[in-house]
Design a protein around this ligand. Structure first.
Ligand code: BTN
Length: 266
């Protein structure tokens, strides 16, 4: 009995190690994970890289990924939810990262819609969720890749000029160098826990907790509307479907589905 238990434990240990692929350098861990997932890689499998040459950000932007300064990882998930609920994963992931960081470092982590990780009004990380063709493939083959970029050991003068005024890192916030693998383990565990909660209890409990971390609420901001105009307004926060509500200067409330929200300077 004793030896069976330890053999089982050993197998679980090895399989949990094998589900994490660590690369010295890659173009984009999201690209790698999308490929692995389409070949059938299981829920929880992850790719981490020490640096990325073409880190992808949201809305076609680049994610700066200097060697050993940040966490660059992509986690394959296969949640047991309807295809139309997959877009909610982006909120689940933001919440998981914020909660994992807050538990470990006792730093109050905020969220900027839809899923940027903020400390104060500075961005520390971002999430890019990509998914399989959700409606055309069998439910058992569906997957999403949650790509997480987090500034961990980045000093202020490591940031490029264009983001230095608005970015931060765990090093800057906590004053300590932090082990990247430890941060990854925390985040992956928390993400898998939060996905299970989402499967069992639905999106409402996710968005309720998300709202408590909303760092845009009541703030004046701008965005580019579907008609291409820049609109200014005040954030009312996301509704129960995750759409951001913003009241513009004429009192009209807009529901924003996606896009780049900027804090207004005036
Ligand atoms: C954002 O625009 O804020 C999202 C950035 C997401 C970057 C991460 S880094 C790891 C993973 N691989 C990528 O190519 N992108 C994501």
């Amino acid at each position: 009995m004793q030896s069976f238990d330890s053999a089982l434990f050993f197998c679980l240990y090895i399989s949990s190690i094998m589900n994490v692929i660590t690369l010295e350098s890659t173009e984009s861990t999201n690209r790698d994970a999308m490929e692995l997932a389409s070949q059938g890689a299981m829920h929880g499998t992850a790719v981490i890289a020490k640096e990325q040459s073409q880190g992808r950000g949201r809305l076609g932007k680049r994610w700066q990924s200097p060697q050993d300064k940040g966490l660059y990882c992509s986690i394959i998930v296969r949640p047991d939810v309807r295809a139309e609920d997959y877009p909610f994963l982006t909120f689940v992931a933001g919440l998981a990262v914020a909660e994992a960081l807050e538990k470990e470092f006792s730093l109050k982590a905020g969220l900027k819609w839809p899923n940027d990780i903020f400390f104060g009004m500075r961005k520390c990380g971002g999430i890019l969720t990509e998914s399989s063709n959700l409606h055309e493939i069998a439910a058992t083959n569906r997957f999403a890749v949650v790509g997480i970029g987090l500034n961990v050991n980045t000093a202020l003068d490591d940031f490029d000029e264009e983001i230095a005024a608005t970015a931060t890192s765990l090093l800057i916030e906590s004053g300590k160098e932090i082990d990247l693998k430890m941060v990854f383990d925390l985040i992956r565990n928390e993400l898998l826990i939060q996905i299970e909660l989402f499967e069992n209890e639905g999106f409402l409990q996710v968005i309720r907790r998300w709202r408590k971390r909303d760092c845009l609420l009541g703030k004046r901001l701008s965005w580019v509307s579907v008609t291409g105009c820049k609109v200014f307004g005040v954030s009312l926060g996301p509704d129960d479907e995750g759409r951001l509500h913003v009241k513009d200067d004429n009192g009209i409330v807009h529901e924003i589905l996606s896009g780049d929200i900027q804090l207004a300077r005036n």
